[in-house]
Ligand binder design. Structure first.
Ligand code: NDP
Length: 327
């Protein structure tokens, strides 16, 4: 029986503890496809899960890691055969089902998406759930008819994972992107991704007016809370905001004014249980609308042993771009 190394989170009297363990296939949960995991990543949610700063893990002991990419090792699912290159995002993996911080993963085949050419499995995890969610946000804006000629598109949490990839994709699609960050020292990095200009996130951390000067044709928001409320107040008539994150907070202290006086549309983006057709389309779009050279430039590689440290850093807002975990 194949042995593999994994991170395991155990429940303790005072909360939870992280252990590095050797497991066998019999330790895995149910599923009809077993995947040799080649890469995982550290998303913000993984940071909360591994540090225990958020109630992400709801079954113990659990292998964390909300996403992974690798090669099918064995399958009794008609859609998948050994050797297929696959990626998984969400479905409770790393929350209630063993996740990506392990040499092997077993899951229902319905949860998997094929890694599109010319992406490698490392590219798929440089994108990860953060980048995949950024693409879902861009698709949500397009679905509402947002076009480059409409005006400036704001991206909040710009230097983070969702933000970095949203900027790269939007810029490649011809949008004029304004990046909002608390790390102005990362301005060159953000412009390198394609941001036309960079602004201080403090501009969005002010008391919220029902309506403010309209400046944004659209926005991708990874931050939530007062920031999202201010973005809504500043969105142009008929503009669209795609909201996916809560890096600042889960609250939303807004009013109905942007919606009823400007027709602003607020679209929620949920990557975890996104319908299969949209998942496949998002990964296809990432393979054509994201410059892989730029992607490789915004990501770095770490080992499984580094995950607890990176998890603490991402929760503290100290990670730039994306971190790939090599299994
Ligand atoms: P990162 O930590 O990589 O990026 C978040 C960024 O938000 C930071 O880099 C920082 O950007 C900004 N930020 C952090 N703290 C604050 C604060 N207090 N006030 C204002 N801005 C802040 O995380 P990800 O990009 O991986 O994820 C971003 C968010 O999206 C998270 O909340 C995550 O949970 C959510 N998410 C949701 C998904 C879904 O399915 N809906 C899927 C994936 C992610 P800067 O330094 O540039 O200011």
């Amino acid at each position: 029986m194949t042995r593999f190394r994994a991170i395991q989170v155990n429940k303790t009297d005072s909360g939870q503890e992280v252990a590095f363990v050797d497991l066998t296939e019999s330790d895995l949960m149910d599923g009809d496809v077993t995947v040799a995991v080649e890469h995982s990543t550290v998303n913000y949610k993984d940071g909360l899960a591994v540090t225990g700063k958020g109630p992400i893990i709801r079954k113990f002991p659990l292998i964390p890691g909300i996403d992974f990419a690798g090669t099918v090792a064995s399958s009794s699912n008609a859609e998948w055969k050994p050797g297929d290159r696959v990626v998984l995002n969400g479905w409770g993996v790393g929350e209630t089902h063993h996740g990506g911080y392990a040499g092997l993963a077993r899951v229902p085949g319905d949860w998997l998406v094929r890694v599109p050419e010319p992406m490698t499995t490392a590219d798929a995890m440089a994108i990860g759930t953060a980048g995949y969610t950024a693409m879902l946000c861009v698709m949500a804006l397009e679905h509402e008819g947002v076009k480059p000629s409409d005006g400036d598109v704001l991206v909040t949490g710009a230097a983070g994972g969702v933000g970095s990839i949203a900027i790269a994709v939007l810029a490649k699609l011809g949008f004029k992107v304004v990046a909002s960050t608390g790390r102005l020292e990362e301005s060159d990095y953000l412009k390198g991704l394609g941001a036309a200009s960079v602004i201080d996130r403090k501009e969005f951390d002010t008391p919220v007016k029902p309506l403010a000067r309209a400046r944004w044709a659209a926005a991708v928001d990874a931050v939530g809370s007062v920031t999202l409320a201010n973005v809504l107040s500043q969105t142009n008539p008929e503009g669209t905001v795609a909201a996916c994150g809560l890096a600042q907070g889960m609250d939303l202290p807004t009013s109905v004014a942007p919606f009823i006086l400007r027709g602003v549309k607020l679209i929620g983006v949920n990557s975890v249980t996104c319908p299969k057709a949209r998942r496949i389309e998002a990964w296809r779009r990432l393979s054509v609308d994201l410059d892989l050279a730029k992607l490789r430039g915004l990501s770095r590689h770490v080992k499984l042993d580094d995950v607890p440290r990176i998890a603490a850093d991402i929760v503290a807002g100290r990670i730039r771009g994306r971190v790939v975990v090599d299994l």
